[in-house]
Design a protein around this ligand. Structure first.
Ligand SMILES: [Zn+2]
Length: 428
């Protein structure tokens, strides 16, 4: 099986069993006893209830190894669904996933731009309806809606301390408004953490115990998973590697610091450098003439620079490679601190330009990862880099509803009324 479920502290035996079945694909009751350490009687009771609830089905028998052939169990994939939404300045990405985290419907719509938050919420509610109705899924089978957006999250209400382009969202209680408009429970988190969870949930990282999803969208961040559990820090803002410093006298960053990875290497920095070079700007289609016909967007401009690099434009290639070297140093820092086994490159920026970044990051880790004598750090591109945050957002719902994990649970000081749901602490 993949996924170190045994090392994971689950809130209940039901959650543990469900997580092992999910990670294994198919597994027998004896396999569950071995994987969880529970007694045969416990497994028998828990599995019976999961079958009664329609979450798990029996699916044929394993090959005989001499004795009785064992009945195999698997998730009933179409018994429950979750909506994942990635909200960004540049675009809104929606996915509907089944219980196993597989995408059954996806949709991209215009970003929030300068639109008023209440108008965006109304539009989103309609788009979520269209997503669910489009594949004929019954509403009562949808567990909830996961919402992710660029961090950081503020500790008080889940509202964001927003990046510059989304300042007008700063005081808007988005998750509450969206919950009212859609009638679905809403959980929220930052996009990099969600992307990491999505990789884990969809089986993309196998049995890896410690890995990071290095995320490049409009900004740069990282989501961290330790033993299958997202590491969230005190306020859900762990992994902000994009705001580690690579040059103390470097350019000012919107976060208030200087010389941040994001300020030096993020898509906005690459686009600004390309635009400053007149010939390159023209070759990449970033000059005023070419851009007159589309709204200004860092994502679209970054894609244009990447296309120019692919066409062999040396200036464009050099800019991306310089950005990749900065990102590689950020990856090494993260790997050194967390003693990572795997770095997955993900997010819309790396969906576009990942093939330039991947070899540079791998080379840096092979050459200079501090613990390289003990083990290597694998680097690979996400299979769903563009939609990873939305898939992760849906996985947050599945995980919070079905596999509440003990770690991440924050008991209130008086220990009363605690709700054992990990991702809810982000402000649902
Ligand atoms: Zn910064």
């Amino acid at each position: 099986m993949s996924g170190p479920a045994r090392a994971t502290a689950h809130a209940s035996s039901r959650a543990a069993v469900l997580d092992v079945i999910r990670a294994a694909g198919t597994i027998s009751r004896v396999g569950l006893i071995n994987a969880t350490g529970f007694t045969g009687a416990t497994i028998s009771t828990v599995v019976r209830r999961l079958i009664d609830d329609g979450l798990v089905v029996e699916t044929g028998r394993a090959e005989s190894t001499g004795g009785k052939r064992r009945v195999l169990l698997q998730l009933n994939q179409s018994s429950r669904y979750a909506v994942g939404v990635h909200l960004d300045h540049a675009g809104l990405t929606y996915v509907l996933t089944n219980l196993g985290g597989s995408v059954v419907a996806r949709m991209s719509r215009a970003g929030v731009g300068a639109e008023d938050p209440p108008a965006v919420v109304e539009r989103m509610a309609g788009e979520v309806d269209a997503l669910i109705d489009g594949v004929g899924v019954k509403r009562e089978r949808v567990l909830g809606l996961g919402l992710v957006s660029p961090g950081p999250l503020s500790p008080t209400s889940g509202m964001r301390l927003t990046p510059p382009l989304m300042r007008h969202w700063e005081d808007f209680p988005l998750d509450r408004a969206l919950q009212e408009a859609t009638g679905l429970p809403v959980v929220s988190d930052n996009d990099a953490t969600a992307a990491a969870l999505g990789e884990h949930w969809s089986g993309g990282v196998g049995g890896t115990a410690t890995f990071a999803a290095l995320y490049m969208g409009t900004g740069i961040g990282a989501g961290l998973l330790v033993d299958g559990i997202t590491y969230r820090g005190a306020s859900g803002n762990a992994g902000e590697i994009g705001h580690s410093c690579l040059d103390v006298e470097g350019p000012e960053c919107w976060c208030g610091a200087r010389g941040c990875v994001e300020a030096l290497a993020g898509p906005a920095a690459v686009v600004a450098a390309a635009r400053a070079d007149e010939a390159l700007a023209r070759a990449a289609g970033l000059d005023a003439d070419s851009r007159r016909h589309r709204p200004p967007s860092v994502t679209a401009d970054f894609a244009a620079v990447t296309r120019a690099a692919r066409r062999g434009e040396p200036g464009a290639r050099a800019l991306l490679e310089r950005s990749a070297r900065y990102l590689a140093v950020a990856a090494r820092t993260l790997a050194n601190i967390m003693d990572l086994e795997l770095v997955v490159l993900t997010g819309p920026g790396l969906a576009i330009a990942g093939s330039v970044y991947l070899p540079v990051v791998q080379e840096e880790l092979d050459r200079a990862f501090f613990s390289r004598a003990a083990h290597p750090v694998a680097v690979r591109l996400s299979r769903s880099a563009a939609t990873a945050p939305a898939i992760g957002a849906a996985a947050m719902v599945l995980q919070s509803e079905l596999v509440p994990l003990r770690q991440g649970l924050r008991l209130p000081d008086n220990l009363a009324d605690s709700e054992p749901v990990a991702v809810r602490s982000a402000g649902a």
